[in-house]
Design a protein around this ligand. Structure first.
Ligand code: CP
Length: 340
């Protein structure tokens, strides 16, 4: 427990006040996150359940979510943080006659909470929220911008699955303009990755911003044509699939009827054809791009990935709440020494 408290303290000194972009986190910060998340995952729950008792979090979800919202709620509750919030803006003044502005919702909710979590359909909403938030704010994904907590959990999962990231070849299936893949790519560029392999949806290109970033960081990348090529060349594959709604809409149109073209499909048959073991990640939600018969293979790292995301969010929340909270932190450290 004492090691954990020291690690959280170290983490709190290297992270920004808010977590809205992977661009704000260097390799050293990422490794501190890995360390704290790892320690949370190894501790008995009763040792951390009062770590942040008395704190209140506000979760503001303007867009649907399964994993991210529940993952945050689980992480907050495991730390002893009480949670208020909404999962549908239609139940708030933002969704009725008043069309209350994002700025007002954040500024008012921030008066009631010690930390805020925001998911929003608009690209750039996280930055707008941070501009008025009186407390630390974590982005749970905004439009086509970023999804930093997904990236932190996923990159830690890659690190665990591959026993490190340096000199590894990482394959990705999907549109790099989508927030999860964009944030993951930004985070991976902090490591000495051997190569990134991209299997993009039809007609898509690597966004120029990502191309520039990879060039500046000396990361080699290559486009591939089909999933077999990725399975032959990559050490790990993360797929987000190629069928997506418009992420700038509050509510998504149905994707019913469309199917993923074969060259993007991960099935147990194509995975087994490849002799090497390759972990498969997916941030969710999936449609048909990874068939359910993959779930029973060890390669299906996406369930481990969801679990890792929870430990990582505990690291993020504790790091932000300990930042600048020195008096309470010292009291908690004494308490943890007594527990020992
Ligand atoms: N990965 C992810 O963001 O999933 P949800 O949309 O279900 O939160």
């Amino acid at each position: 427990m004492r090691d954990l408290m020291e690690s959280i303290e170290n983490l709190s000194t290297v992270i920004p006040k808010h977590i809205i972009s992977m661009k704000d986190l260097n390799r050293s910060a990422l490794e501190y996150f890995f360390d704290v998340a790892h320690q949370f995952s190894k501790l008995e729950p009763h040792l951390v359940c009062d770590l942040l008792t008395g704190k209140v979090a506000g979760t503001m979800f303007y867009q649907p979510s399964t994993r991210t919202r529940l993952n945050f709620h689980s992480a907050l509750q495991r730390l002893g943080v009480s949670v208020i919030g909404f999962s549908d803006p239609a139940t708030t003044r933002a969704g009725d006659y008043y069309r209350e502005s994002l700025e007002d919702v954040v500024a008012f909710t921030g008066q009631l909470c010690d930390i805020l979590v925001l998911r929003h359909n608009e690209t750039g909403a996280a930055q707008r929220a941070v501009n008025v938030s009186p407390v630390p704010l974590i982005s749970a994904g905004d439009g086509y911008n970023e999804h930093p907590t997904q990236a932190l959990g996923d990159i830690w999962t890659m690190h665990k699955e591959l026993n490190g990231l340096d000199r590894k070849v990482i394959g990705m299936i999907g549109d790099l303009a989508i927030r999860s893949l964009r944030s993951i790519t930004i985070g991976l560029s902090e490591f000495n990755i051997k190569k990134l392999l991209f299997l993009l949806p039809p007609g898509m290109q690597v966004p120029s911003e990502i191309e520039d970033l990879l060039k500046n960081k000396n990361i080699t990348w290559e486009l591939v044509d089909q999933v077999d090529e990725l399975l032959n060349k990559a050490d790990l594959i993360e797929s987000i699939g190629v069928r997506h709604p418009n992420h700038n809409l509050k509510f998504h149109a149905s994707l019913e009827g469309a199917t993923t073209p074969k060259k993007y499909l991960l099935t147990s048959e194509v995975i087994r054809k490849n002799k090497r073991y390759i972990p498969i990640l997916h941030p969710g939600p999936r449609t048909d791009e990874i068939s359910c018969d993959v779930d029973k293979l060890d390669n299906a790292a996406y369930f481990r990935q969801a679990n890792n995301g929870m430990w990582m969010r505990m690291a993020i929340i504790s790091g932000l709440l300990f930042k600048g909270d020195k008096v309470k932190r010292r009291a908690r450290m004494s308490l943890s020494e007594m527990v020992l």
